[in-house]
Design a binder for this molecule. Structure first.
Ligand SMILES: [Zn+2]
Length: 93
């Protein structure tokens, strides 16, 4: 009985870290390598300043920001992935 009480907090923290790893993945969509459909963007990588490729695009359902989309960008050099707001008039913001 005493032994179970001692090991319980460790099991809880194991579950918590597993849960954190699962929820952290929701921040970014799954990155699928798409060499043929990736488009070059004007956004430069924050790490190595190479032009990043657009690998995903989401339209925002807001009338006040017409035409604004969120691009998922991947750097061909260092494989860094980031998401940026893009507007046709102002570019990346
Ligand atoms: Zn890079």
């Amino acid at each position: 009985m005493w032994r179970q009480l001692v090991t319980l907090p460790q099991r809880v923290s194991e579950l918590e870290s597993r849960l954190a790893a699962m929820t952290a993945k929701d921040d970014l969509p799954p990155v699928v390598p798409m060499e043929t459909s990736a488009r070059a963007s004007k956004y430069m990588c924050d790490s190595c300043f190479e032009p990043m490729n657009i690998i995903g695009e989401e339209k925002l359902d807001r009338l006040d920001v017409f035409g604004q989309v969120v691009h998922t960008l991947q750097c061909p050099e260092c494989a860094r992935v980031t998401r940026k707001m893009f507007t046709p008039d102002d570019g990346y913001i």
